[in-house]
Design a binder for this molecule. Structure first.
Ligand code: SRM
Ligand code: SF4
Length: 567
C-alpha cells in the first residue's frame, strides 16, 4: 500500500506520524510529567525520529512487577555520526556524558554510531543538549527516515576515503528531516505557529519504514553494503574516485515463523558519477516514500518494494524522476568485511591504530578501563576517531614518536583486550539485546565472550584456532549484528536457545542458511564441533569455512546463496 492509499488501511504508526505535527506529538508534555519515568502514548514512537528509544531494564522487570512498581524506564540515545567520524574534543565530551548522564558506558554500534543506555527521563533533555553542544546530534538516528550514513572506515587511499566521506555527508545532510520540532523540544528553539514546517522530501508521514545507506570502498566491505537499502560502492580509477556502483534493496530484518519476511542482498542498480550521488539518493528515497507498504510495517522496507515490483520497474521509476538514465553498474570486488587491527602507517609521519572493542562496549570496571583509555588517547594522542561498522574504533593520526607510549597506556589499562585474542574473536559481533532491548529473545552482547570462547575451543580442537571464521550473534531475528551474512550465526529464539545459520562468507556478499532451529547452546556447540571436524579433514587449502559448507554439500539443497535465506 503506497502513500496515497486508503487511509483506513494504513498502519497505526502512519496515523500517528500524520497527527504528530511533524514529529512534535506531546513530547514536551511527556518530558514535563514528573509522575512517571515513561512518555505518553505515541511519544516513544515519535522519539525515535529524535534519536532515542524508551526502554526498561529487563533484568528488573519481574521483580518490579512483583513489587507493583512501574518498569525501570530509561532511554537509549543514538548519536548521528556520518562515516563514524568524531574529533578528540567531541570524543571527550561524549564520553563525559556517558559518565554523568548515562550508565557509564559508551556503546559503539554496527552503523558507526555511539549509543548511550540508561538515561533517565529527567536527564534526557540535558543529554541531548550535551550531545548537540559537541556539534553532533541525534536527529534521524532512528525513525522512519534515512539513518546514519556509513562509510568504509579504512582505505589505503586517503583521498578516496576523504571524497567518499564528503559524499556521504552531503547525502546525510540532504536527507535530514526539515522539521523544527527537534530544535524546539531539545534546544529550546523558537516555536513555529501552527504546522508551517515543510518536509520537501519526506512529506507529512515520512518514510514507510527506516532507511539505511552506506558507502563502501573496495576491497573493504566493513559496512556490509549489500545489507543496506541503498549502497554506493566506490569505483576507483587511477587512484581517484570516479563514481559509484549503486546498490538497492538490501536488508536483514526477519520475523520468526513469518515466511513473508526475509533477509535480502542488495542488487546493483547502475553507475553514477560523484555529482549525481545526492540526486540519486533523493530519488531512490522518494520512490520508496511513494510505493513502500504503509499498511504492514513488516513489509515496508525497500527490499520488499523491489522484490515485489522488480528491479527494472524500480530503475525505471528512479530514472524517470532523475530525468536521465543510469550507466550500467561496474564490477565490485570485495576481499573482506572485517576490520584490520593494530597499527597502520598514514602518509606522513603519523599512524592509525585500530582497536578491538569487545561487544562494542567501552566501560571502566575492575578488569578493564577502556572508556578512560580512549579518553586518554583523545586527550594526548589522537587527531581523530573513526568508528567502524563492526563496532570497533580507529584512532587516527598518532605521532610516530608516541607509539610506544600508547602501547604502554593500553597495556596499563588492562587493554591487551583491545586487540582480539584470535581470528574468531576479531570478527565476532553481537547486537545489544538484553537487558535494554525490548525485542530481545535471547542474550547476545553479554553472551558473546563466552560463546566466542566456546566456539574457539572447538576450532582449536580440530587445529583450526588460527582460521578466520565469522561469528555473529543477534538476540532476535531483526538482525542488528547483520547475522545473515556470517559464516556462523546464532539468532535468538528464546532464553538460551538460538537458530543456527551457516554459510555466509568473509566479504559480506552471501547470505547464510538456516541450518537448525531452536537449539540450546550445548547442542549448537556439538553441531559446530562435528562440522569443524569435517572441515578440518576435507577442506581445500585456504578454503573458508562458509565456502566449504557449500562445496561439501553440508548445506545441501540450500547451497547457492541466490540472495534469499530461509530465516
Ligand atoms: Fe537494530 C531495532 C539496536 C543496527 C535491524 N535495533 C533495534 C532496537 C532499536 C530495538 C527496538 O526497536 O526496540 C535495538 C536497540 C537495542 C539497544 O538496547 O540498544 C537495535 N540496531 C541496534 C544496534 C545498536 C545493534 C548493535 O549492537 O550495534 C545497531 C544500531 C545501529 C545504528 O547506529 O544506527 C543496530 N539494526 C541494525 C542493523 C545493521 C545495519 O543497519 O547495518 C540492522 C539490519 C539491517 C536492516 O535494517 O535490515 C538492524 N533493528 C533492526 C530491526 C529490523 C528491521 C526490519 O527491517 O525488520 C529492528 C526492529 C524494527 O525496526 O522493528 C531493529
Ligand atoms: Fe534487539 Fe533483536 Fe536488534 Fe538484537 S537483533 S538489538 S535483540 S532488535
Amino acid at each position: 500500500m503506497s502513500q496515497d492509499s486508503n487511509d483506513d488501511q494504513r498502519s497505526e504508526v502512519e496515523h500517528l506520524k500524520q497527527r504528530s505535527r511533524h514529529l512534535r506529538g506531546t513530547l514536551e508534555q511527556s518530558l514535563d510529567d514528573a509522575v512517571t519515568g515513561a512518555l505518553r502514548e505515541g511519544d516513544p514512537q515519535l522519539g525515535k525520529f529524535h534519536g532515542f528509544y524508551q526502554q526498561d531494564d529487563r533484568d528488573l522487570r519481574v521483580e518490579r512487577l512483583r513489587r507493583k512498581l512501574e518498569p525501570a524506564w530509561s532511554y537509549m540515545i543514538r548519536v548521528r555520526m556520518p562515516a563514524g567520524l568524531c574529533s578528540p574534543q567531541q570524543w571527550l565530551a561524549l564520553s563525559a556524558l556517558a559518565r554523568t548522564h548515562a550508565n557509564g558506558t559508551l556503546r559503539l554500534t554496527t552503523r558507526q554510531a555511539f549509543q548511550y543506555h540508561g538515561v533517565i527521563k529527567r536527564e534526557l533533555k540535558a543529554t541531548m543538549q550535551g550531545i548537540n553542544a559537541t556539534l553532533l546530534d541525534t536527529i534521524a538516528a532512528c525513525g522512519d527516515v534515512n539513518r546514519n550514513v556509513m562509510v568504509t572506515a579504512r582505505s589505503e587511499l586517503a583521498a578516496v576515503h576523504e571524497a567518499a566521506v564528503a559524499d556521504a555527508r552531503a547525502v546525510s545532510e540532504h536527507l535530514l528531516p526539515r522539521t523544527r520540532a527537534y530544535h524546539e523540544i531539545w534546544l529550546d528553539g523558537e516555536k513555529l505557529a501552527g504546522e508551517t514546517d515543510e518536509e520537501p522530501i519526506y512529506g507529512a508521514t515520512y518514510l514507510p519504514r527506516k532507511f539505511k545507506i552506506s558507502f563502501a570502498i573496495p576491497p573493504v566491505n566493513d559496512v556490509d553494503v549489500y545489507a543496506q537499502d541503498l549502497g554506493f560502492v566506490a569505483v576507483v580509477e587511477n587512484g581517484a574516485l570516479a563514481g559509484y556502483t549503486v546498490t538497492v534493496g538490501g536488508g536483514m530484518g526477519v520475523t520468526h515463523g513469518d515466511d513473508a519476511t526475509y533477509p535480502r542482498l542488495a542488487d546493483p542498480l547502475g553507475f553514477v558519477t560523484r555529482d549525481q550521488v545526492v540526486a540519486v539518493a533523493e530519488q531512490v528515497v522518494c520512490v520508496q516514500r511513494d510505493y513502500g507498504d504503509r499498511g504492514n510495517r513488516k513489509h515496508a522496507r525497500l527490499k520488499y518494494t523491489i522484490a515485489d515490483r522488480g528491479l527494472d520497474w524500480f530503475r525505471g521509476e528512479v530514472e524517470a524522476r532523475l530525468g536521465f538514465a543510469l550507466q550500467p553498474p561496474r564490477e565490485t570486488a570485495f576481499e573482506t568485511n572485517g576490520d584490520a587491527f593494530g597499527w597502520t602507517r598514514c602518509d606522513d609521519d603519523r599512524w592509525n591504530l585500530t582497536l578491538f572493542v569487545p561487544g562494542g562496549r567501552l566501560l571502566d570496571n575492575d578488569k578493564v578501563r577502556s572508556l578512560r583509555a580512549l579518553e586518554q588517547l583523545a586527550e594526548d594522542h589522537a587527531r581523530g576517531f573513526i568508528l567502524t561498522g563492526n563496532q570497533n574504533v580507529v584512532v587516527t593520526g598518532i605521532d610516530a614518536a608516541s607509539r610506544e607510549t600508547v602501547d604502554a597506556l593500553l597495556a596499563e589499562s588492562g587493554l591487551a583486550a583491545l586487540q582480539p585474542a584470535h581470528p574468531l574473536e576479531a570478527r565476532a559481533i553481537a547486537c545489544v539485546a538484553l537487558p535494554t532491548c525490548a525485542l530481545a529473545m535471547a542474550e547476545a552482547e553479554r553472551a558473546l565472550p563466552s560463546l566466542t570462547g566456546e566456539v574457539h575451543a572447538r576450532l582449536e580442537r580440530h587445529g583450526l584456532g588460527d582460521q578466520p571464521v565469522s561469528l555473529r550473534v543477534s538476540g532476535c531475528p531483526n538482525g542488528c549484528s547483520r547475522p545473515y551474512l556470517a559464516e556462523i550465526a546464532l539468532v535468538g529464539k528464546a532464553p538460551g536457545r538460538y537458530n543456527l545459520h551457516l554459510g555466509g562468507d568473509l566479504r559480506g556478499e552471501r547470505l547464510n542458511r538456516l541450518y537448525a532451529e531452536n537449539l540450546p547452546e550445548d547442542r549448537i556447540l556439538d553441531t559446530l564441533d562435528g562440522l569443524f571436524a569435517k572441515y578440518s579433514a576435507e577442506r581445500d587449502t585456504d578454503e573458508p569455512f562458509g565456502d566449504f559448507l557449500h562445496r561439501s554439500g553440508v548445506l545441501g539443497a540450500h547451497a547457492g546463496g541466490e540472495g534469499r535465506a530461509d530465516a
